[in-house]
Write a protein of this length. Structure first.
Lengths: 204, 177
């Protein structure tokens, strides 16, 4: 998902606190420090981190620096391994049959609940290692003059991850520009009292 | 089970739904004419697709209408039976430019924002960021207009004039019946 597409869906944020002036020069290093690391050769279920705005395969900003005019640009890369449930079911059944055959030889009748859980974890790990992580990229744009931050996603799970990781990387909190927060931003904190006691209107 | 809403979240829903309802009324009754606080005139239309919602929990009902005016009239009828606008398709015009976006009431998530066309750099001498910077300029310009209309809404909503505005909205809704 990106801002350069013909049609963009996104979420607006605002940085709530003053940004330390020495942070700007550290931004490229911080992005690299928390950059995306490939999970292709692991069995990790999810991997995420920052990548270059212009190339999601670039975790080193060789293609272009993050600064563009008054903006800092980067993308959240989120790779996820998903095992189709039918595949998991099949391999779990195979593993169980194998196990049942083994314990029969030992004179036992049932596979214990504990052992089933263990088998399930083993199967999941084995299948994950064999499946391709599905890459996804979400553009982020930070206007350093206004403190506005835009993320090209409206999925709550992606937003949560972005907010947390942004805060970990830069030590700054993002406030989503919901109707309430935008009202306070436009009209000042004095309106909070009025907003907090707002009664819903009946139009009809 | 949905999480219990916190105070701010409930107010988000009320503000967002009332703003979109007001925006629809205001845009229709004043031929879409709006102005930024600096006096820059622009047009804003609530069009084509409006989604209204009523009830709660299991009785929650959503009706989305799109297309011609008679169907929009139906959505207005929905409003007159107590439903609220929970999403609207908005068109903003500032000659010669035009934007389109859908806005969700509860969190102001922006969907499918289309800006005026941005020309891609066609020679290597051009600034490689030119297209990006123009695109961001256009996106932020659209947000300025949107915020200006929200600011107008808040001015009325948080003042004693709101009661009078609500009566006018009521009359506008009756006209749809």
């Amino acid at each position: 998902m990106g801002f350069m597409n013909a049609s963009a869906s996104f979420t607006r944020y605002h940085i709530t606190e003053p940004v330390p002036s020495d942070l700007w020069s550290q931004v490229p290093d911080k992005l690299k420090q928390f950059a995306f690391k490939e999970i292709e050769d692991t069995a990790e279920e999810r991997g995420w981190g920052w990548v270059c705005f212009d190339d999601m395969l670039d975790s080193f900003w060789r293609t272009a620096p993050p600064e563009k005019g008054e903006f800092i640009t980067f993308s959240l890369r989120l790779d996820t391994r998903r095992i189709p449930s039918a595949v998991l079911k099949k391999h779990l059944a195979l593993a169980l049959r194998d196990e049942e055959r083994k314990i029969k030889e030992q004179g036992k009748k049932y596979v214990s609940r504990e052992r089933k859980k263990e088998l399930r974890e083993q199967v999941q790990l084995k299948l994950r290692a064999r499946s391709f992580p599905i890459p996804a990229e979400f553009n982020a744009v930070w206007n350093i003059q206004t403190g506005a931050v835009y993320l090209a996603s409206t999925q709550s799970k992606v937003l949560e991850l972005f907010e947390e990781y942004f805060s970990t990387t830069f030590g700054l909190d993002l406030e989503p520009m919901t109707p309430y927060a935008l009202a306070v931003k436009l009209k000042g904190e004095d309106v909070m009292n009025k907003l907090d006691t707002l009664e819903p209107t009946r139009f009809a | 089970m949905a999480d219990t809403p916190y105070l701010g979240q409930t107010i988000d829903v009320v503000l967002g739904q009332e703003y979109l309802t007001w925006l629809w009324f205001r845009s229709e009754t004043r031929s879409g004419q709006f102005q930024t606080p600096d006096g820059d005139p622009y047009f804003l239309y609530v069009e084509q697709r409006v989604s209204v919602q009523g009830g709660e929990g299991e009785t929650l009902e959503t009706a989305t209408v799109s297309g011609n005016l008679s169907e929009l009239r139906e959505a207005r009828l929905g409003l007159s039976t107590g439903k609220k606008v929970n999403r609207a398709l908005i068109r903003i015009e500032h000659d010669p430019e035009a934007w389109q976006l859908s806005l969700k009431a509860e969190d102001f998530a922006l969907g499918g924002l289309k800006t005026p066309k941005v020309e891609k750099a066609d020679s290597e001498d051009d600034d490689p960021d030119a297209a990006f910077l123009e695109k961001m300029f256009l996106i932020e310009k659209c947000l300025t207009y949107l915020d200006a209309s929200y600011n107008d809404f808040l001015n009325v909503r948080l003042s004693p004039e709101w009661d009078d505005e609500v009566r006018q909205i009521g009359r506008w809704l009756e006209m749809a019946e």
